[in-house]
Write a protein that binds this ligand. Structure first.
Ligand code: PMP
Length: 383
């Protein structure tokens, strides 16, 4: 089996697994306990916070650990909305966002907030001027993702950040950085980010832990009530092993980033070129998108049918993102890009990792050709 679903979950580094095991064995004490074992566990968290802050070029007290990027996104959006409701109840986001952002906004809409969903162009890119036109005096937050998890398009964060601060300096800018961190440079200051979410398990770290950067001076309304962990923003006993291993994954991924991109970009380009030669298939991800994501459709064929066929042929792929794959309706992201329903329900996402080779891509191409050939005769019975 060849695994092509790194954007859903990447295999942890060996060093991450070793760290997890070692810390669970040696440092199981509660980091809030006052005895020595507890304070040692607490020091490990402080050190991990410093490492994350170093990688992101921010202050350690601006880093918060959560249970995953889903929670980081929920906390950033609802925590800011609830905290700053006195400033206004208008939020801007896009039709491309991950469900943890999109559904958080819909939930706030039901609670009385006004949400503007910005429509992308046909490539899946947000026009900063379109977003600028939506900013008002009562806009408390703008949330835009760095790299889209389905098609890999990259948003012009610096232009968006600059425009927000020019029009309304009090409007907060949240970036869902989950799919961008391993392949692009992170420049929180240049982007003008106030809040930034990361998911360690997408960058070969552990699952069940998330990172949220909160710029100094910003307060979030806590979504969980309990103890005063994480500066009172996120109650709950910290997962020391996962936090320390996350810091390790963040640093390793950052150090390897340029080499990994140099290796996988030609592979991605080759695969894109190949898919373009198959008449039955339509490429949805652009040449300038993220180096680790290729997205294509077999219009008229459900993505799940194609994915199952590819799995029979030894290729593990995704239909869109793992978080949306249980929905059978067409992809919201592809529809927002102006694709027709047949294309939007026939999507396949291939996502690369650092272990992939040219031989793997050649094998994938052969599997795609065979899958198309095998599924094609079912013309009359297409689902
Ligand atoms: N945002 C994006 C863009 C994602 O791809 C994901 C993971 N599918 C998330 C947020 C949620 O991350 P987690 O799995 O850590 O909750």
């Amino acid at each position: 089996m060849l695994y092509w679903d790194y954007a859903a979950a990447a295999p942890p580094y060996d060093e991450v697994m070793e760290t997890m095991e070692q810390i669970m064995k040696l440092h199981y004490a509660n980091p809030s306990s006052l005895h020595r074992a507890g304070t040692e566990a607490g020091k490990l968290i402080s050190r991990a916070r410093e490492v994350c802050a170093g990688v992101l070029s921010v202050r350690p007290d601006e880093i918060f650990f959560t249970s995953g990027a889903t929670e980081s996104n929920n906390l950033a959006i609802k925590g800011a909305a609830l905290q700053y409701a006195g400033r206004g109840r208008h939020i801007i986001t896009t039709n491309l966002e991950h469900p943890s952002v999109y559904e958080s906004c819909l939930q706030l809409q039901k609670m009385g907030w006004e949400i503007t969903f910005i429509q992308p162009d046909h490539t899946g890119t947000i026009d900063p001027l379109l977003l600028a036109a939506a900013i008002r005096r009562d806009t408390v937050l703008v949330s835009v993702m760095h790299v889209n998890n389905e098609v890999g398009t990259v948003q012009p964060l610096q232009a968006i950040g600059r425009i927000i601060k020019e029009i309304n300096p009090r409007t907060l800018f949240h970036i869902d950085g989950v799919q961008g961190f391993g392949t692009f440079e992170t420049s929180l200051r240049e982007w003008g980010a106030d809040l930034y979410s990361l998911s360690p398990h997408k960058i070969r770290g552990p699952r069940g832990v998330g990172i949220l950067y909160v710029r100094q001076g910003i307060t979030l309304f806590p979504l969980l009530s309990g103890g005063s962990h994480e500066g009172g923003v996120r109650a709950g006993t910290e997962n020391v092993a996962a936090i320390v291993a996350s810091a390790k994954a963040l640093r390793m991924t950052n150090e390897r980033r340029k080499d990994v991109v140099a290796r996988i970009l030609p592979l991605r380009n080759r695969l894109l070129q190949f898919i373009n030669t198959v008449p039955e298939l339509t490429v949805n991800s652009g040449d300038y998108g993220a180096p680790h994501i290729v997205h294509f459709s077999y219009p008229g064929m459900k993505g799940e049918v194609m994915a199952r066929k590819l799995e029979e042929l030894g290729m593990v792929v995704s239909t869109r993102s793992a978080c949306s794959s249980k929905h059978s309706e067409p992809s919201r992201v592809l529809l927002a890009m102006g694709k027709d329903a047949a294309t939007a329900e026939g999507g396949i996402r291939i996502s690369f990792g650092d272990a992939h080779t040219l031989k793997d891509v050649e094998a994938l191409e052969q599997a795609i050709l065979k899958a198309v050939k095998d599924l094609k005769p079912a013309e009359g019975g297409r689902k």
